[in-house]
Ligand binder design. Sequence first.
Ligand code: ADP
Ligand code: MG
Length: 245
Amino acid sequence: MPCLRAEAISVDFGSLKALDAVDLVLNWGEILGLIGPNGSGKTTLINAITGQVPLSAGRVLCDGEDISARPPHERALCGILRSFQTVRLFRDLTVSENIEVAVVAKGGSRREAQRIARPLIEEFGLGGKCDELARTLSYGDERRVEIARALAADPKYLLLDEPAAGMNEEETDGLLSILKTLPERRGLGVIIIDHDMPLIMRLSSRLQVLASGRTIATGGVDEVRNAPAVIEAYLGSDAGELRHA
Ligand SMILES: Nc1ncnc2c1ncn2[C@@H]1O[C@H](COP(=O)(O)OP(=O)(O)O)[C@@H](O)[C@H]1O
Ligand SMILES: [Mg+2]
């Protein structure tokens, strides 16, 4: 079975152990919800998988191949694509161009890029805005463009860091309905980080919970949200939200 695998990954920032021997498996066709309190290491785990931060220990395997030593753009060519917690678009390019860039970066022609971008623009409800400059977009639209751009690169594994942050309820619902069917329609695996517990619970086929750089629970949604270690980790923050999601 092809999968994206992190084996005993550690990341140190000076004396801080941001990740301490964390394992993760992402299979094709599933959405893995990655949750945990603020500062628990969720973004660092994605950064370590995509190569944006160096590993202190452990390794990352993509479909069985050790990619730990590769830079981010080579991991992207292996099919590992991401969105950022803080949106990173080319602000002076149009919506279409921002999405087409992903195809051109892989060596595709401009024409091929347009052919791939067009249906994504429709799918993400950006049809009326395709010629607008990215810097004029609302925050919700920016996030949609960023995810569409990642999809234009034809990922096998898509890692989304708080994709619904800053979206209103209607935008969040729209995003949820696109993401929900993505793994099946496109045969890819998705990791989603979000603070919006109802969103995570509705989307995820499986959950992994981090606290202080370690995995404290993995499993099905119901199993994990009732686990004592998880409730304890969330106490004082959003424990209620977690249980009532
Ligand atoms: N580049 C960095 N340099 C130093 N410390 C960092 C860096 N990135 C993250 N950290 C620290 O690592 C810990 C985990 O951060 P992060 O992965 O961003 O958590 P989360 O995404 O779960 O909120 C936090 O204590 C954070 O302050
Ligand atoms: Mg984060």
